[in-house]
Design a protein around this ligand. Structure first.
Ligand code: ADP
Ligand code: ADP
Length: 225
């Protein structure tokens, strides 16, 4: 069964309907992608799953429980982690400190989990003691991902994880995300980079005007990919 489910999600901003009855399942061990043009409602759907937008109608379920009214930080503590599109590291903290503090959010984090997370992202070398300020975008994205992973999430929500990365970095990112899925994590990727989606996703949902208009494996849903 899916770990995270969205059913009949509706969101309106004033009189404008941003999501108009969206259903989505995130099964463990699978990468699910959401694509579509600007304004389709991808970010709004992401925020509904992360708990930063409250739907006007519909239900969000996690592991058999209704979390529709659960705040974002409580979802994180339950095991639903997210990354941010706008990188938000603490500039004066080191890479290691950023990963530890980012994972803590008011609870005790296993130091071993922080170490594993740093290692998985290739951040266990000299870079670990550098302040985050001034690090290149690709490294900051790895810090961001390591922070989300250090809490040992069962669901990982990724908002534009390839933004600002070069081709080699995107390939490295895809390897890490595939390894996480192989370990049983349920992944959601909201992404503009269709090459990444084609190589990574098990299922792609195409959104337009607040609805999911097509779903299937990337080879069937993404033209020319
Ligand atoms: P996408 O991520 O696919 O670009 P969004 O979810 O960001 O789509 O936006 C969907 C629609 O909702 C867009 O038309 C956008 O302008 C509108 N929208 C998003 N956030 C807000 C907001 N806070 N207030 C008003 N309208 C918004
Ligand atoms: P390599 O060139 O061998 O990938 P890197 O130092 O670039 O070496 O990466 C080290 C580790 O971090 C590898 O496991 C790689 O998959 C991962 N990695 C590199 N860049 C990123 C990224 N932008 N996002 C996620 N993981 C990355």
């Amino acid at each position: 069964p899916p770990l995270l489910t969205a059913r009949g999600i509706r969101v309106a901003y004033g009189g404008f309907t941003a999501l108009d009855g969206v259903d989505l399942d995130l099964p463990p061990g699978r990468v699910t992608a959401v694509v579509g043009p600007n304004g389709a409602g991808k970010s709004t759907l992401f925020h509904c799953l992360a708990g930063t937008v409250r739907p006007a109608r519909g239900r969000i379920g996690y592991d058999g429980r209704d979390i529709t009214r659960l705040a974002a930080h409580a979802r994180t503590r339950l095991g639903v982690a997210r990354t941010f599109q706008q990188l938000a590291v603490f500039p004066t903290l080191t890479v290691t400190e950023n990963v530890r503090v980012g994972a803590e959010q008011g609870r005790i984090v296993d130091p071993g989990a922080v170490e594993r997370s740093l290692r998985l992202l290739g951040l266990d070398g000299p870079v670990r003691v550098l302040p985050a300020a001034g690090l290149p975008t690709g490294t900051l994205r790895r810090v961001e991902l390591a922070r989300a992973l250090a809490g040992g999430p069962r669901v990982l929500l990724l908002d534009e994880p390839a933004a600002g990365l070069d081709t080699a970095e995107v390939a490295a990112l895809a390897r890490v995300l595939k390894a996480l899925a192989a370990d049983g994590t349920a992944l959601l990727v909201v992404e503009h980079d269709l090459d990444l989606v084609a190589g990574l996703a098990d299922v792609v949902h195409v959104m337009a005007a607040g609805r999911i208009v097509a779903s299937g494996p990337p080879g069937r849903v993404l033209d020319g990919h």
